[in-house]
Design a protein around this ligand. Sequence first.
Ligand SMILES: Nc1ncnc2c1ncn2[C@@H]1O[C@H](COP(=O)(O)OP(=O)(O)OP(=O)(O)O)[C@@H](O)[C@H]1O
Length: 260
Amino acid sequence: MTIAARELRWSAGGRMVVDGVTLEVTPGRILGLLGPNGSGKSSLLRLLAGLRRAGGGAVTLEGQDLSTQRRAALARRIAVVEQQAATEAPVSVLDIVRLGRTPHRGPFSAWTAADNAAVERALQQTGLEGLRQQPWHTLSGGERQRAQIARALAQEPRELLLDEPTNHLDIRHQLEILALLRRLGLTTIVALHDLNLAATFCDRLVLLRDGRVQCAGRPEEVLTRDTIQAVFGVAVDVETSQQSRRPHIRFLAPLRMPGG
Ligand SMILES: Nc1ncnc2c1ncn2[C@@H]1O[C@H](COP(=O)(O)OP(=O)(O)OP(=O)(O)O)[C@@H](O)[C@H]1O
């Protein structure tokens, strides 16, 4: 077990946003966080990354309470890709990716061959070698997304937490990024909206509803017709993909909700 949460709670604006979440991710595996808009995925990711302090319960890393660990040590091993990482500063793709090396360098240390190698590897893994000099503000949404992922990879993390990393990406880049996450073999927690991508690429899933874990387990245990209909309010057919043997969901129509 690397990252685990026990009875995690966090409230904001007078309501419980993350409400007693217990989960763990197996080392080297991908855990997908699913749930409707506002179900608490981003809030939970921030708690798991140690970017926000829980109101109750605990996050542990290798069994040690995260809140007792030094921030610099955490930054060397946990990388986070958040949804809105914007900057108006005149920086290039290379500048952004190089930021990933910050936790590994002292304030006055020189740029090393190892720093360079990590940055080059991250650019190559995300297909951004040709865009390295391009100014950030001229990038497309998908290119920005890939640059943020490259920054996280340059950090050479052991744990990688990503909030909807396929947002803005065309289908080819969505598949490429998720296939890359699988190849990397890092301990990964990823919030996703696309249930079919989650079914295909994640080892286990946690489905949130109103800040609580509604269901957790392997994709075929979580993504059942009844569960999807109850949590997302849409009629679906769920088949097993001939190729991947994972669930494949066909969305039919929104369901009439009680009182709707
Ligand atoms: N700082 C805050 N103050 C008040 N409410 C907040 C705060 N942060 C989050 N919330 C609320 O908590 C709920 C969960 O938000 P969160 O962003 O975690 O959900 P999400 O599952 O990631 O949603 P989405 O799929 O839309 O990205 C939302 O209703 C949001 O408005």
